[in-house]
Design a protein around this ligand. Structure first.
Ligand code: IVH
Length: 715
C-alpha cells in the first residue's frame, strides 16, 4: 500500500470512496447484525488509513466520511441520554440555623403553624456520583450519568457490572421505574485499586469519588467490572405509578425490589431529632468505610413534596446539611494574578502542597484586592486553608506569629500582567461605589481575555466541544490558529495544520521530560503518531457535531457580562430564533424589550445592549453564524390553560398559601402580578378581596374564586 503522502489526488479520492463503503459495511455487520467479519485490528487499520488520507487531502473528505461517525465501532465516548425527568441538585445548609430556616420555609409555603412538625427522612449524603437506572417491566434497560442534569451519558454496560444494581427487579415494581442513587467506592476498594494502579505504572486516583467516576466512565466494561463499585438507591425519576406515599415508604419499596438502601436512613419528626441524627452521623463518619459529606433531609410526605415543587434546579422539599469544611496549615509561596474573560484580575494563592480531606491542594482563591488587604495576606506567610466539597479552597486566616521578619504587605498590580494595559476599579455612576474587582482595560488587545473568552465558548454550558480543553485553546491561540469563535469551526478545514501544531507540542513536551530526566532526545514514531491522528480526527468530528446548536446555548457561550445559563435561556425563550434575537438587538427598543422579561433587570439589559453596540462583537457573531445551524427554542413543552396569562391573586386563599399559589401558576406558564390592569387576564379573589376586585370589574377582567381556579388548573 502506498503511504498516504505519496498518493495523487485522484488515487486518494478513489481510496476514500472505497474506505467509506467498506467501513460502512463492517459497521453494519458489527452493530446491526452482531456478526463482524474482520478483526478489531483490521477494522482499526481501515479507519486509520482513512484518517491519514483525509489529513493529507482535507478537501477530499466526503460528506459521509466514516471519520464524522465517531461512536461507530471504536466509539471514544458514550451516547447521550436525555433524562425523562431532570436530575436535580440540592440546596446546602451549613449550620443548625440554616436547617431551622429550611423547615420554616417549608412551613410557610404550606401554610402550617410554627408549632406543627414536618416529618423528614434524614439520609447520609453519599460522596460518589449519581446515576439513573431505568427499568421497564422490572428489567434494567438503561443506566446513565447525571451529566448536566438534563442530559447524561449512557453507561448501561458499566452499571450492569455493579452487584448492588439488580438487572431484574424483585416484587411488584411499577412498569416504568427510574431509580436514582449514588455509585460509590468503599475506602477498602479504593486503596486496593490505587495499589494495583501503582503496580501497573498507571496514575492513581486522588479520592474514592474520582475513582468511582473514573471507573464507570471506562469505555471497556471489563475494566469497570474489575473495579469494585457499590450503589445506594435514594430517589426516582420517571415512574408510572407511585408505590408509596412517603419518601421512607419509597425507600422500603426500593429494598423490596432488590436495591441497597443506606442502612442509616432515619425518619425524624422534629428539628431536635434532626440535629441529633446529624451529630450521630458525623461521629460515625470516619468509621463508615465510605465517604459521606453531609446529611440530606427530605420532607417525608410525597403529597407535600408535590406541593412544594422546585425552585430553579433544587427541590423546595429537600436540603443537604453539609459537614464543616476541613482545614490545614501551609505556606503561601506566591500570589499570581490571573486575568479572566471579562478582564478581572483574580489573585490566586500558590501554596506549598498540602493534603486536605484526602485531596492535595496547591492553589487557593484570594478573591480580590480588598480581601488580601483585609486579611493582610503576605507572600511567605503561614496560612490556614479550608476546602469544602467541590468549592475552590480558601484562605481562612494568616498565622501572624509565624510571619517571616522581613515580609512586606502585598501590593496589588495596577497594570494587567498579560498585556500591560491599565487595570482599574470601575465606579458605579449611581452609587459612587468602587467595584471590588480591578479590571484590565485592554479589551480585545489583551491575549488573556481573548483566550478566556474562547475557553468559555467551548466549555460545557456553551458549545461543549469534547477534546478541546483549555490547554489546546491556549496552544492554538499561541500558534495563531484561533482568535475568535468562528476560527474554531475553521479548524475543520485545516486538520493538517492542527496535526502539526499538536505534534510539535507533544515533541516539545516529551523532550522537556527527557531533558528533565537527563536523557538524550529521541525521535518517537509509530504508535504515538497514530494516537495523534485519532485525536485530530475526533476533535474535528467533535467540532463538526457542534455546528448544530440550541439558541440558548449559543447566547450563553457568547460570554456577555452578567449573562449566564439562566438568563440565556430566558432570552432564547423570548426571541425563539436567532434572527428574531438579532433583529431585536438592532432595534431602538432593545433595552426596553429585554427589561420587560421577567428575571432580567437593568444591569443585565444594559450589558447585553453594550455587547451589541460594539461593532466588533456583531461582526464576530455574524462570522460565527456562517458556520452554524442554530436550532430555535421550542415553545414550553406543557401547554396549560393558563400559560401566557397574567394572573392576580387577591383576598384570602384557603387551600394554599399565596407563595404556593404563585409558584404553581408560574410553573404552568402564567405570569403572576401584584396589581390589576387592562393587561390582567384573571383575578382569583378570595374572601376579603377589596380594591383589586373593583379594578378587575373596572377593566372587565375575568374574576373567579379559588375553587374555580383550582378546577381550571386541574386540581
Ligand atoms: S437526593 C431531588 N439523596 O447529592 C433530589 N442526593 O448535592 C436529588 N447525594 O446530585 C438528590 N446522597 O449525587 C439525594 N441521600 C441522597 C444523596 C444525594 C448523595 C448527591 C446526589 C446529588 C447531590 C446533590
Amino acid at each position: 500500500m502506498k503511504p498516504a503522502d505519496k498518493l495523487t489526488s485522484a488515487e486518494a479520492q478513489k481510496e476514500l470512496d472505497r474506505l467509506a463503503r467498506e467501513i460502512a459495511i463492517h459497521d453494519r455487520r458489527y452493530h446491526g447484525e452482531d456478526a463482524p467479519t474482520i478483526s478489531d485490528a483490521d477494522y482499526d487499520a481501515l479507519r486509520r488509513r482513512n484518517a491519514q488520507i483525509e489529513a493529507r487531502f482535507p478537501l477530499l473528505v466526503r460528506a459521509d466520511s466514516p471519520s464524522h461517525r465517531v461512536g461507530a465501532k471504536v466509539s471514544e465516548k458514550f451516547a447521550k441520554v436525555v433524562h425523562a425527568r431532570p436530575m436535580l441538585s440540592l440546596d446546602n445548609a451549613f449550620s443548625d440555623e440554616d436547617v431551622a430556616d429550611f423547615l420554616g420555609r417549608v412551613r410557610r409555603f404550606l401554610g402550617l403553624k410554627e408549632e406543627e412538625d414536618i416529618a423528614v427522612t434524614a439520609e447520609p449524603k453519599i460522596d460518589g456520583l449519581s446515576a439513573s437506572l431505568r427499568y421497564e417491566h422490572g428489567v434494567l434497560v438503561q443506566g446513565a450519568t447525571r451529566g448536566d442534569g438534563a442530559e447524561g451519558e449512557d453507561i448501561t454496560a458499566n452499571l450492569r457490572t455493579i452487584s448492588d444494581i439488580p438487572l431484574r427487579l424483585k416484587g411488584n415494581p411499577p412498569d416504568v421505574l427510574e431509580v436514582r442513587g449514588e455509585v460509590y467506592m468503599t475506602h477498602k476498594a479504593f486503596e486496593a485499586l490505587n495499589q494495583r494502579q501503582e503496580k501497573d505504572g498507571k496514575p492513581t486516583y486522588a479520592n474514592p469519588r474520582n475513582a468511582a467516576a473514573g471507573s464507570v466512565r471506562q469505555l471497556d466494561p471489563a475494566i469497570s467490572a474489575s473495579r469494585k463499585l457499590n450503589f445506594f438507591a435514594y430517589t426516582w425519576g420517571e415512574i408510572s405509578e407511585l408505590p408509596a406515599k412517603t419518601q421512607s415508604g419509597m425507600l422500603e419499596k426500593f429494598t423490596d425490589y432488590g436495591f441497597a438502601v443506606n442502612p442509616l436512613v432515619k425518619r425524624c419528626e422534629t428539628l431536635d431529632q434532626i440535629l441529633k441524627f446529624y451529630s450521630s452521623i458525623e461521629s460515625k463518619r470516619a468509621k463508615l468505610g465510605y465517604d459521606i459529606d453531609g446529611v440530606v433531609y427530605k420532607v417525608d410526605r410525597l403529597d407535600l413534596q408535590e406541593r412544594l415543587g422546585f425552585v430553579s434546579r433544587s427541590p423546595r422539599w429537600a436540603i443537604a446539611h453539609k459537614f464543616p469544611a476541613e482545614q490545614a496549615e501551609t505556606v503561601l509561596e506566591d500570589i499570581e494574578i490571573q486575568v479572566g474573560r471579562t478582564g478581572k484580575l483574580a489573585p490566586v494563592a500558590r501554596l506549598k502542597p498540602v493534603t486536605v480531606g484526602g485531596v492535595v491542594v496547591r492553589n487557593a482563591t484570594l478573591h480580590n484586592e480588598d480581601e488580601i488587604a483585609r486579611k493582610d495576606v503576605r507572600i511567605g506567610d503561614t496560612v490556614v486553608i479550608q476546602r469544602a466539597g467541590d468549592v475552590i479552597p480558601q484562605i481562612v486566616r494568616v498565622l501572624e506569629d509565624k510571619r517571616p521578619k522581613n515580609s512586606k504587605p502585598y501590593k496589588f498590580p495596577h497594570l494587567c500582567p498579560v498585556c500591560g494595559s491599565h487595570a482599574v476599579r470601575e465606579v458605579d455612576e449611581k452609587t459612587g461605589k468602587q467595584d471590588v474587582d480591578r479590571r484590565c482595560t485592554g479589551g480585545l488587545i489583551c491575549d488573556a481575555q481573548t483566550v478566556e473568552r474562547l475557553k468559555y465558548f467551548v466549555a460545557r454550558d456553551g458549545f461543549d466541544i469534547e477534546g478541546l480543553g483549555g490547554t489546546m485553546i491556549e496552544l492554538f491561540h499561541e500558534k495563531g490558529l484561533l482568535k475568535e469563535p468562528a476560527d474554531i469551526f475553521a479548524l475543520t478545514e485545516k486538520p493538517e495544520k492542527v496535526s502539526k501544531v499538536l505534534a510539535a507540542h507533544r515533541a516539545a513536551l516529551s523532550e522537556e521530560r527527557r531533558a528533565a530526566e537527563g536523557k538524550d532526545p529521541v525521535k518517537t514514531k509509530g504508535k504515538k503518531e497514530e494516537r495523534e491522528d485519532k485525536v485530530v480526527e475526533n476533535l474535528m468530528a467533535a467540532i463538526e457535531r457542534r455546528r448544530k446548536i440550541g439558541l440558548d446555548r449559543l447566547i450563553n457561550a457568547l460570554g456577555i457580562r452578567h449573562v449566564g445559563e439562566t438568563t440565556a435561556r430566558l432570552i432564547a425563550r423570548h426571541y425563539r430564533t436567532i434572527n428574531a434575537f438579532l433583529k431585536g438587538m438592532e432595534s431602538d427598543e432593545a433595552r426596553a424589550e429585554l427589561e420587560s422579561l421577567e428575571g432580567i433587570g437593568g444591569v443585565v439589559a444594559e450589558a447585553i445592549c453594550d455587547f451589541f453596540d460594539e461593532p466588533h462583537n456583531v461582526k464576530a457573531l455574524h462570522r460565527l453564524l456562517e458556520w452554524l445551524d442554530v436550532t430555535p427554542m421550542a415553545a414550553p413543552a406543557k401547554s396549560s390553560p393558563v400559560s401566557g396569562k397574567t394572573v392576580v391573586f387577591t383576598g384570602t386563599l384557603e387551600k394554599m398559601t399565596r407563595q404556593e399559589a404563585k409558584a404553581r401558576a408560574e410553573s404552568l406558564g402564567a405570569k403572576v402580578s401584584g396589581s390589576v390592569s387592562a393587561k390582567t387576564d384573571i383575578v382569583v379573589a378570595g374572601p376579603g378581596a377589596g380594591s383589586k376586585l373593583k379594578d378587575a370589574q373596572k377593566h372587565g377582567v375575568q374574576v373567579m374564586d379559588e375553587d374555580a381556579w383550582l378546577k381550571l388548573i386541574g386540581g
